[in-house]
Design a protein around this ligand. Structure first.
Ligand code: ADP
Length: 192
């Protein structure tokens, strides 16, 4: 069985969720978004949801121990045996180390970096706020999420570049146009 382990990273508002769904379909693997898992728990009023709600609404990161545990459980589910596409995790160096541990010597096959500049992503998120009403899509929180990304997540770009698995894609343009770019870049990297 071919196992495909992927990650998509990029600033909040770059369009990771939209593109993740397409990539997951192509490679027949589940897209696993920590943000979606947290939001589903908040919506469902679970204990986890109650623990993370205020943190998420402030734009801070949920504590690593909690996030790592959730991802570990998710990766052990049957549908992840063929691989997975992570979206929103790992988000800092500690989480990369935790993921390395979970994969037990296997490693990610490719990391797609979806690039978009700050003004563009802030504008997109403010627009999304009008239609989706996400609690963390207010202007202040959006700015804070960009800062958290710059400080904690951007360092991963160099880390994955050094591992030789980073593929950068311009996230500016129509959904299908960006999807095509990702698709060519990924098949070049993966050889499939
Ligand atoms: P975005 O990329 O637009 O910020 P996400 O859905 O990926 O949206 O994340 C929303 C929020 O969920 C984050 O701001 C953070 O509070 C929390 N979160 C998601 N993934 C993680 C993670 N890997 N570690 C810690 N917190 C996370």
């Amino acid at each position: 069985m071919t196992v495909t382990r992927l990650l998509i990273i990029g600033p909040p508002g770059a369009g990771k969720g939209t593109q993740a769904a397409k990539i997951a379909e192509t490679y027949e693997i589940p897209a696993i978004s920590t943000g979606d898992i947290f939001r589903a728990n908040i919506k469902g009023g679970t204990e986890l949801g109650q623990r993370v709600q205020a943190i998420i609404e402030s734009g801070e990161l949920v504590p690593d121990t909690l996030t790592n545990e959730i991802v570990q459980d998710r990766l052990l589910q049957e549908d992840a045996a063929a691989g997975f596409l992570l979206d929103g995790y790992p988000r800092n160096v500690e989480q990369v180390e935790a993921l390395d541990g979970m994969l037990e010597g296997d490693s990610l096959d490719a990391v797609v970096l979806l690039e978009a500049d700050t003004d563009e992503v802030v504008a997109r998120l403010l627009k999304r706020a009008e239609t989706e009403g996400r609690a963390d899509d207010t202007e202040d929180v959006i700015r804070h999420r960009q800062d958290v990304y710059a400080q904690q997540t951007e360092p991963l770009i160099e880390l994955f570049t050094k591992r030789g698995i980073l593929v950068s894609v311009d996230g500016l343009g129509g959904i299908d146009e960006v999807a095509d770019r990702i698709s060519s870049a990924l098949s070049a990297q993966l050889g499939r």
